[in-house]
Ligand binder design. Structure first.
Ligand SMILES: [Zn+2]
Length: 136
């Protein structure tokens, strides 16, 4: 991982506030490293500016706390929510991932006319669905 640390991929205000452990196990850590190597690091190098991960790994307890779906790829270390600071720029990032990078699922979250509030992207070992939700 060149541009991201395990700490920023596992940091969770909700976990801290509720004294929940959000340390990933070995499999989730390996998945996070793959997500960074294939998607996040290449994205950061293209963008040439800060890419902030607002939610990466979530333990099942943390995921329940934040209202994530039970099957969330965040719990497997396969997904990250990210923003580059504005909806307009998030749209550019979303389009770049859609057109130029490998991914399993890509979601424009809470979009308005300007663009998404944040971008959810996942990657996993094996077959990639390349499922795109929103962003038009
Ligand atoms: Zn997400």
């Amino acid at each position: 991982m060149k541009h991201f640390t395990l700490d920023e991929l596992t940091r969770s205000d909700a976990a801290r506030a509720h004294h929940l452990d959000n340390t990933p196990g070995e499999a989730a850590r390996v998945a996070l490293e793959l997500l960074v190597a294939r998607v996040l690091d290449p994205l950061r190098e293209w963008w040439e500016g800060p890419v902030r991960v607002t939610s990466g790994y979530r333990s099942p307890a943390v995921n329940r706390l934040v209202g994530g779906v039970a099957s969330s790829q965040h719990c497997l270390g396969e997904a990250a929510d990210l923003t580059v600071g504005s909806r307009r720029h998030n749209r550019l990032v979303f389009e770049h991932i859609r057109l130029c990078l490998p991914f399993d699922q890509l979601i424009a979250e809470q979009p308005d006319a300007e663009g998404p509030a944040w971008v959810h992207v996942s990657y996993r070992a094996g077959r990639l669905r390349r499922q795109v939700v929103g962003g038009q």
